[in-house]
Ligand binder design. Structure first.
Ligand SMILES: [Ca+2]
Length: 591
């Protein structure tokens, strides 16, 4: 449903190009020709119809398709050997996604020393596995989570906007084929614990997107940690809770809505139950801490239950902290020499991860379990002065198409397959995990062929190490606008309409990883190939346009809605259900 498509403003782009650049770019584009060639090569190498990639990947296939097809046979042999060593079972996958943790913030002892951070569990994981030095996430929570779940840039799914204020009535479209569905169809048992942040409507729930069991907050953690009286007293938010609303002039009683659903759990396709809150109770920072500790307990409980079964499993654990910006979270004293709020909370998350790693060992499943830990985007700029973090190796933060917004710490351990202590400098994009995990689980054929899948299979990096990557570019979006493109060590920041891309800001990321000093004359050679990349990317979007997210009734299928929540939803429906034009107005400004 809701498969309405939209245009992306390519006309404006074309208008911005100079005649000279445009004519070269058009001549070089040849999207159709490249696609046809690569498809033919791949079709002869594989029985299934090839995955439909983004345009730029076909440029590489044009050069490497035969080499990679030969290498794939070797990789398949390695994967088969690994399975044989483990009673024919593909590996379990434990994927831990940490909120707002950019590159260098954890898992690197030398950098921790510089910043006074402490993440001993992650340091150990890194030592036992592989560290990625060039891992790109999207630059904000929802987008990265969607790109992992679908293997696609979030903008293609219509889920590129981060929703924080409940209720939403919007979410992940059930037409998306998630990594949980791919793994489930490959025989995996699938659990999701923690932050979800992809919608509050029925079809967006993890239990309707491929997970056998899930426990998750209906909205994101802003609802617990920013929209509280504690946060107002701490001057983090203002004029939200009822005590701070002007009783005389605050005419619109629906401007702020309260009493949303907090956290729920349920099984595949079934009803959800809200847990941890009683009617009349208002979340505060203590509530938030209790919920986070409970998510951790549930992750450990899930691990035990999953390990006791015969099937391989996928445990998707997305902690809500370190996002917690209140002083009242600091009552445990300094967890780190840094003692910033997020550095302290990160030490708590590191303890959570340490507990899971110890449990994996205790359960005797260490050798056939992939553990991956990574951040979802760079740090939150608004809180840099209090968090204990800062922009350092890279400029920019969450929400920005700068390296600081997109480059995240990422570590993966797979005993007997990934070399301990290895470092991969290859470019990896978060959507590549979708394609790679699907392959490792034996379900590449399940990846949908009727849409563009941006994920590139990076199994070769895991099994053969550094310099075996199959990606050398990434497009960086801010919401639905393509803001920058990286190719190899070069990066362009796309200028606004009306400015010739040849005059854009170019950076050599090896010389200037902080993107501080745009290069002066790079447009003379880099302008044309970058513009060609952009045109090809957007032309493919004309043929396979971005989707819209699904829309529906918030909280459908939650069987124990509190009375106050029901009343709030009735109000919401009255406004946004009866007055459809108002809803459309809200959509138009992107709320
Ligand atoms: Ca985030």
């Amino acid at each position: 449903m809701n498969m309405r498509t939209r245009k992306h403003g390519e006309t404006a782009l074309f208008g911005a190009l100079s005649g000279a650049v445009r004519s070269i770019a058009y001549k070089s584009a040849a999207v159709v020709g490249i696609t046809t060639f690569a498809s033919a090569v791949l079709a002869s190498a594989a029985s299934a119809q090839p995955i439909r990639h983004d345009a730029e990947h076909y440029v590489l296939l044009h050069q490497y398709a035969e080499q990679w097809a030969a290498e794939d046979k070797e990789l398949d042999r390695r994967l088969a050997e690994i399975r044989e060593r483990n009673d024919g079972k593909p590996p379990n996958i434990v994927y831990i996604l940490i909120d707002d943790m950019g590159f260098g913030e954890f898992g690197m002892p030398e950098l921790n020393k510089i910043r006074g951070g402490r993440t001993p569990s992650l340091d150990t994981l890194a030592k036992e596995g592989m560290t990625f030095t060039r891992f790109y996430a999207e630059n904000i929570c929802t987008s990265t989570r969607v790109a992992f779940m679908t293997g696609r840039y979030a903008v293609r799914t219509g889920m590129e906007l981060t929703k924080v204020t409940p209720p939403e009535g919007v979410g992940f479209n059930d037409k998306e084929v998630t990594i949980a569905e791919l793994l489930s169809n490959a025989g995996y048992t699938t659990h999701h614990i923690g932050k979800w942040h992809m919608g509050d409507i029925k079809e967006a729930y993890p239990t309707n997107q491929g997970f056998d069991y899930a426990s998750f907050p209906m909205h994101n953690q802003v609802a617990y940690s920013f929209l509280t009286r504690d946060a107002e007293l701490d001057a983090r938010t203002t004029s939200f809770t009822p005590t701070t609303v002007d009783p005389d002039y605050g005419l619109d009683k629906t401007f702020r809505l309260y009493d949303w659903v907090t956290q729920v759990e349920g099984k595949r396709g079934g009803k959800l139950r809200e847990w941890g809150i009683k009617p009349g109770e208002k979340p505060d920072i203590e509530f938030y801490k209790r919920v986070n500790d409970r998510f951790q307990e549930q992750a450990v409980e899930s691990l035990r239950a999953l390990a006791s079964g015969d099937k391989p499993f996928f445990l998707n654990y997305w902690p809500q902290i370190p996002v917690a910006v209140l002083r009242s979270t600091d009552d445990g004293g300094c967890q780190t020499p840094n003692c910033g709020r997020w550095a302290n909370a990160m030490a708590v998350v590191d303890g959570y991860i340490g507990e899971l790693l110890a449990e994996i060992k205790k359960l005797g499943i260490e050798n056939n379990t992939i553990v991956m830990v990574m951040g979802d985007n760079g740090p939150m700029k608004q809180d840099l002065e209090l968090s204990g973090y800062s922009e350092w190796l890279f400029r920019g933060t969450k929400g920005q198409a700068l390296e600081g917004g997109h480059r995240v710490g990422a570590f993966i351990r797979w005993p007997g397959a990934i070399e301990p202590g290895s470092i991969a400098g290859d470019m990896v994009f978060v959507s590549d995990l979708y394609t790679t995990f699907a392959r490792i689980a034996g379900n590449t054929d399940g990846i949908p062929r009727d849409r563009i899948v941006d994920g590139v299979d990076q199994t070769a990096i895991l099994l053969k190490g550094d310099t075996n990557g199959r990606r050398d570019y990434v497009h960086l979006y801010e919401v639905d606008t393509l803001k920058a493109t990286v190719k190899q060590n070069m990066k362009i920041h796309w200028p606004p309409p009306g400015v010739n891309p040849a005059m854009a800001e170019f950076y050599n990321l090896y010389w200037d990883p902080r993107e501080d000093n745009p290069l002066k004359y790079q447009g003379v050679w880099a302008g044309t190939p970058f513009v060609r990349m952009r045109i090809q990317h957007l032309r493919m979007k004309d043929k396979w346009p971005d989707w819209q997210p699904a829309r529906g009734m918030p909280y459908e299928g939650v069987e124990n809605l509190r009375p106050e929540t029901k009343a709030m939803v009735r109000t919401w429906l009255k406004i946004y259900g009866d007055a459809r034009d108002v809803v459309l107005g809200v959509e138009a400004i992107g709320n």
